[in-house]
Design a protein around this ligand. Structure first.
Ligand SMILES: O=C(O)[C@H](O)[C@@H](O)[C@H](O)[C@H](O)COP(=O)(O)O
Length: 237
C-alpha cells in the first residue's frame, strides 16, 4: 500500500488530481467510460479545485456516490447537493447533473440502498462484483470511511453491495453506503487526507495497523493510494 506524503493541502489536491486524470484516461481508453465513486466531506472542496486543472473528456464520466445521506437535495447535508453547488455546470468543470447517479430520496434507507444497487448493476461492469474504475474515499477522525463506522455491524456485510444505515454516529443518521466487498473490488481506491486533526488516526491505521474501517480498504486486485499532507502524516515515522 502506498502512502504519499506531500507538503500541504494544495499538494494533496495536485496529487489527487493527477491520479484522477491518469485513471480517467486509462479507463476511457479501455472502456470508453470512466466510472468513479465519490464521497462527501472535505473531498468535495478538493475536487472543486482539482478538477479545474485536469485534462479529460468529462462527457465520458459517470459519477456515483460511495455513500449518501438520506436528506432532500436542497438540505445542506446532502452530498449530491454539495456537489451540485460546487461542481455541476461551473465554468471550469463541465460536468452535467445527469452524469451523477443519485440516490433516491423520500423512501426508507432499505429501499434507497436496494434501488442504488440496481443502478450500479445497470452501469458498472461486473466481475462478478461491480468493479468501479476509481473510488475516492474520505477518512473521518474516528477512522470511518464511506458510512462504515468503527464497531458497526455493517463492517461485516458481505451480501449487499449497498447497505442502508439508520444509526450513523455522524449525523444525519440515515444513509446508504457501499460495502467492503464492492469497495475492495475497485480498480483503484484513493484516500486524500489533510490536517493535523487526522494525524493520530493516520498513525493508528498505517503504523499500528489497527482494525478500523479505513484500514479494511484493501483492494483485492486493485491499487490503493493514500495521499496525505505533512500535518496528517506527522506521526508516520
Ligand atoms: O457522508 C459523509 O460523512 C462522508 O461521505 C464521509 O464518508 C466522509 O468521506 C468522511 O466523513 C470524511 O470526511 P472529512 O474528509 O470531512 O473528514
Amino acid at each position: 500500500m502506498g502512502v504519499t506524503v506531500v507538503e500541504n493541502k494544495n499538494e494533496v489536491i495536485v496529487a489527487l488530481s493527477k491520479l484522477i486524470e491518469a485513471t480517467a484516461t486509462e479507463s476511457i481508453e479501455r472502456n470508453g467510460l470512466f466510472n468513479i465513486g465519490v464521497s462527501g466531506g472535505s473531498l468535495v472542496s478538493f475536487l472543486a479545485t482539482g478538477l479545474t486543472k485536469i485534462s479529460t473528456d468529462f462527457s465520458k464520466w459517470k459519477i456515483f456516490f460511495c455513500d449518501e445521506r438520506l436528506v432532500p437535495v436542497a438540505d445542506p447535508d446532502s452530498t449530491f447537493g454539495v456537489y451540485k453547488k460546487q461542481l455541476i455546470d461551473t465554468e471550469a468543470v463541465s460536468l452535467k447533473e445527469d452524469q451523477f447517479v443519485t440516490v433516491k430520496q423520500g423512501v426508507s434507507a432499505a429501499e434507497a440502498a436496494e434501488e442504488y444497487a440496481a443502478k450500479i448493476k445497470k452501469y458498472i461492469p461486473l466481475s462478478p462484483l461491480p468493479r468501479f474504475d476509481l473510488l475516492l474515499l474520505g477518512m473521518g477522525p474516528d477512522g470511518h470511511t464511506c458510512s462504515l463506522f468503527p464497531g458497526h455491524a455493517l463492517l461485516n456485510e458481505t451480501a449487499k453491495w449497498v447497505a442502508p444505515i439508520t444509526d450513523s454516529p455522524k449525523p444525519p443518521p440515515s444513509r446508504i453506503t457501499l460495502t467492503f466487498p464492492v469497495i475492495n473490488a475497485a480498480r483503484v481506491c484513493a484516500f486524500a487526507v489533510s490536517g493535523k486533526e487526522k494525524a493520530e488516526m493516520i498513525k493508528r491505521i498505517h503504523v499500528d495497523k489497527e482494525d478500523l474501517p479505513a484500514t479494511r480498504v484493501q483492494p483485492t486486485s486493485g491499487n490503493l493510494q493514500w495521499i496525505v499532507d505533512k500535518d496528517a502524516g506527522a506521526l508516520l515515522n
